[in-house]
Design a protein around this ligand. Structure first.
Ligand code: CAA
Length: 388
């Protein structure tokens, strides 16, 4: 039995901040962002678009009624959780009308947890082959106005339906994880924005990649010459590019090198326009690869490097299956170009707007553009969502 990704989709906000505008406002050379980080724009969410609306939008794009009957687990991976108790997955389960006899949970380990979720989904389906699992990875990456990480913010959600006989990617059995207890990026409960040792975090990302890949090669006899593409966690595309350079094998044929580099460029096309979406970033890279590469074919082996600060990382692979192209949209770049541009002042007001609760825990919001779901109010501390 093969198990893997049967459907995949993405949603992001309807507002965008251009990096050139941010550079001007912060007195930076625009090339620092466009070349130094390889970012062109960041998705910016209004207060009515949160991790739950983004994830629901992404999932609603791919699920049909039969899927909603077959899903018996919803796993929500996030590091921008809205509640210390109630899982975001429970809201999405309700908003999408998934059959009631399902398990709905939230998972956390920085940007890594969607990979743990994918693996849990696979193990679950090995035991229950008729089941389908909805894996959601949704985050709003917010570092603070004029902070060092401001240029690597973003927002978005990935939804993946995991099943037997998948129509996009069959997962292999070569997962290798690594954990190291470090303080490169963390967000204590009392803080809305993370604490970051920026340069240290980039070094840890690259060292985790290098050491895990070396061990992966030993344990699974893996060689880049077997891979058509390698997808990376993308906090910003330049770091992922350094990742590819870090593992690039000098013995590889020129053709293989060219293929890997070309496919890497296709895998960062969406992140360049969206910024960091934390848990979903690796899978946004995969979707971008699938929808933009002109050279992929069924049977191609794709490598994945997942990284979550703190830190846990994992390398694994999958094989594209026959007809994978039929499950995809054409490139979403056109759709991304239709987001409403914000001035830097508008971005600061919108992205950092705070909920004003009255003494009974009620709040209402201005209307903003959102996807098909929106947060409409808070009533006695309870978040109210509606299909719009
Ligand atoms: N023209 C071209 N390039 C320029 C330039 C110019 N005028 N000016 C600067 N650059 C280049 C720099 O040379 C540098 O590139 P290299 O690293 O290749 O040398 C790049 O632009 C960035 O410059 P700085 O390092 O000076 O930028 P910075 O001080 O603003 O910090 C950062 C960058 C550390 C990534 C910061 O944005 C940050 O802290 N981001 C958040 C943390 C993060 O994303 N860490 C990634 C690993 S952790 C992880 O993966 C989990 C996660 O998702 C958060």
């Amino acid at each position: 039995m093969t198990i893997g990704i049967d459907k995949i989709s993405f949603s992001t906000s309807h507002y965008v901040l251009k990096m050139s505008d941010l550079a001007q406002a912060r007195g930076e050379d625009p090339k620092k962002f466009s070349q130094g980080l390889m970012l062109d724009a960041l998705s910016i969410t209004p207060i009515t678009e949160d991790i739950i609306t983004l994830a629901s939008s992404a999932a609603s794009e791919i699920l049909d009624d039969l899927d909603k009957q077959a899903i018996d687990m919803v796993i929500f991976a996030t590091e921008s959780s809205l509640d210390q108790s109630k899982a975001a997955a429970v809201y999405v389960h309700g908003l999408l009308g998934i059959q009631p006899f399902a398990r709905s949970i939230e998972m956390k380990e920085a940007c890594y947890s969607a990979t743990a979720a994918l693996n849990y989904a696979k193990l679950h389906i090995e035991k229950h082959p008729e089941s389908k699992v909805l894996v959601l990875a949704s985050d709003i990456a917010k570092y603070g106005i004029a902070s060092a990480g401001e240029s690597t913010q973003g927002a978005g959600a990935i939804a993946m339906l995991v099943s037997q006989n998948p129509r996009i990617l069959a997962l292999n059995d070569d997962n290798l994880a690594q954990t190291r207890d470090i303080m490169d990026f963390w967000r204590p409960n009392y803080s809305d924005t993370p604490y970051v040792n920026g340069m240290y975090s980039t070094k840890q990302y690259l060292d985790c990649l290098k050491t895990t890949w070396t061990e992966h090669q030993k344990r699974f006899n893996s060689t880049l010459s077997d891979y058509a593409a390698f997808c990376f966690h993308i906090p910003f595309p330049k770091l992922a590019q350094k990742g590819l350079q870090k593992i690039m094998d000098k013995q590889l044929s020129e053709n293989r090198k060219t293929l890997l580099i070309q496919n890497f460029q296709d895998s960062i096309a969406y992140s360049r326009q969206v910024g960091n979406i934390y848990t979903g970033s690796l899978y946004l890279g995969f979707l971008s690869l699938l929808e933009n590469s002109q050279n992929l074919k069924s049977g191609d082996k794709i490598g994945f490097f997942s990284y979550g600060s703190g830190a846990v990382c994992e390398i694994f692979s999958g094989q594209l299956v026959d007809g994978f192209q039929d499950q995809l949209k054409s490139s979403r770049l056109e759709q991304l170009s239709q987001r409403t541009p914000l001035s830097v002042k508008e971005y600061e007001e919108m992205f950092y707007e705070e909920t004003q609760l009255d003494q009974d825990g009620n709040a209402c919001f201005r209307q903003y553009q959102t996807g098909p779901f929106a947060l409409t109010a808070i009533t006695e501390h309870q978040r109210q969502y509606q299909k719009v």
